[in-house]
Design a protein around this ligand. Structure first.
Ligand SMILES: NC(=O)c1ccc[n+]([C@@H]2O[C@H](COP(=O)([O-])OP(=O)(O)OC[C@H]3O[C@@H](n4cnc5c(N)ncnc54)[C@H](O)[C@@H]3O)[C@@H](O)[C@H]2O)c1
Length: 435
């Protein structure tokens, strides 16, 4: 029986894999989307996106209805593979490579020789080489025939660098780094990505490509840590951090980022640890920046509890659970830490979480005594304290009248212009959690 040979199989249909699969399919490639979760596979085959990301729905449903995108749980044979499975932090702050190992084990038996295997998952330095070595170990037949150990399967790393909330735009327009173990592999990957990428495609070796992605996020993390540290210093010295940064940024060579409640998400809060893990003695600054950003949510909680020393049974509206604006992703979100700690330290308070993008109370908050999410009007009406943690568009529309008579803590600085209208307003510095 003739089985379908896909142009491309994308393994892992999450925030990165699904748009990648759909965009290739929309460009005419026959794409298999592979995921271990049956519910995800079923949703994609119905043309649905199982998470919130602007503009993705129409591309996925279009690709599925054209017949160019088919989701499945088994890895099929394909001419090229893109692996986009999670690479989260393990205990001890190294990378948990178990998802990648499973994906490689599922993929190895399907190889026939000549395929391109692209690792898109964010990975510690050396991962692509180890991935190729793993394949060579389990499929020695594909690594022996071409003489002198030449690889007949081309293993390449191409890190994905899109920003959640802008994935559909950035996947097409961002420049792309491709790191090959061989020049031939890098060239083959370049040819493939040219189908979807209008940005510049830059070729390098695999380990440099791995480090490029880690360095980009680490650069952001270190700079955010500077802003977050400034915000804590300003709280101590009674200075408005937003005004301070605005003034400093008038200097032609200064561009201080905006502080916030901490740093969240699957990338910036995670990737610097992969560098620290690879070179612990040499990465003191990077480690310290991570620690500064991880400490910021606790500082926010300290400020809320200081405000409420005489009013322990107050009602606190917490605006925003996602790790950044206008998305539903709560992974590594500083809001999770803040809500958990508020619930623990203020057992008599009523905490009302609000997030227009998060329908159900996240699992991480289920043991806090909080039972449900709340609507914005309901929470604002009931609140003694309004704690803004995420600059979702819906929160920009909150008026000075909505905040009248309440204690307001704005960790994103979006209501700064409204301070005059709010009687008691200890506006806090907060942090920008950039994805
Ligand atoms: N989300 C982002 O903004 C972003 C940006 C750049 C890079 N990345 C990186 O891309 C990678 C994927 O991240 P994501 O956000 O798409 O993750 P995700 O959790 O949204 O999706 C991963 C998907 O892979 C599936 N999966 C897990 N193991 C599998 C396996 N063995 N076979 C098939 N499917 C499997 C999961 O069920 C899930 O649907 C990570 O390394 C991440 O660091 C993410």
């Amino acid at each position: 029986m003739q089985t379908t040979v896909y142009d491309l199989a994308v393994i892992g249909l999450g925030y990165i894999g699904l748009p990648t699969a759909a965009i290739f399919a929309a460009k005419g490639k026959l794409v298999a989307g592979v995921d271990v979760k049956q519910a995800t596979v079923d949703a994609v085959n119905r043309g649905e996106v199982p998470f919130v990301e602007p503009d993705m729905g129409v591309v996925v449903s279009g690709a599925v209805s054209l017949g160019n995108l088919v989701a499945m749980t088994e890895v099929p044979h394909a001419n090229a593979y893109i692996i986009a499975v999670p690479t989260p932090l393990a205990e001890g702050k190294g990378a948990d490579m178990s998802y990648l190992t499973s994906a490689v084990e599922a993929l190895a038996p399907k190889l026939r020789g000549g395929e391109l295997v692209i690792l898109e998952s964010t990975s510690p330095p050396g991962t692509t080489e180890r991935l190729a070595a793993h394949l060579a170990r389990v499929r020695p037949d594909l690594w022996s025939g071409a003489g002198e150990g030449a690889a007949q399967v081309h293993v390449v790393h191409s890190p994905e660098r899109v920003l959640p909330g802008r994935i559909m735009i950035e996947m097409a327009t961002n420049d792309r780094v491709i790191g090959g173990l061989t020049d031939e592999g890098a060239q083959l990957a370049k040819k493939l990505y040219e189908v979807i990428c209008q940005g510049e495609i830059l070729l390098t070796d695999a380990t440099t490509a791995e480090m490029t992605k880690l360095v980009e996020n680490t650069f952001r993390d270190v700079n955010i840590a500077f802003a977050n540290e400034l915000s804590v210093i300003c709280d101590k010295l009674g200075i408005d951090v937003w005004r301070l940064i605005e003034l400093a940024n008038h200097h032609p060579r200064v561009n201080v980022l905006r502080p916030g409640p901490g740093v969240g998400g699957h990338c910036i809060a995670v990737d610097p640890w992969f560098i620290v893990d690879a070179a612990p003695q040499e990465s003191g600054l990077i480690r310290t920046a991570r620690e500064v950003n991880d400490a910021k949510p606790h500082h926010v909680v300290d400020r809320v509890t200081e405000l409420l020393t005489d009013r322990e049974s107050a009602t606190v509206a917490v605006l925003g659970l996602a790790f950044k604006a206008n998305i539903d992703d709560v992974r590594e979100s500083p809001s999770m830490t803040i809500v958990q700690e508020l619930a623990r330290r203020l057992p008599l308070a009523t905490i009302l979480p609000v997030d227009p993008h998060v329908e159900d109370l996240p699992a991480a908050l289920k043991n806090t005594g909080i039972t449900a999410m709340h609507s914005l009007p309901e929470a604002l009406a009931a609140a003694d304290v309004v704690l803004l943690l995420v600059d979702h568009d819906q929160f920009l529309a909150v008026t000075p009248q909505d905040l009248e008579g309440k204690l307001v803590i704005d960790t994103k600085g979006i209501w700064n212009d409204r301070q005059a209208a709010v009687p008691v307003q200890p506006v806090l510095a907060g942090a920008d959690s950039v994805g």
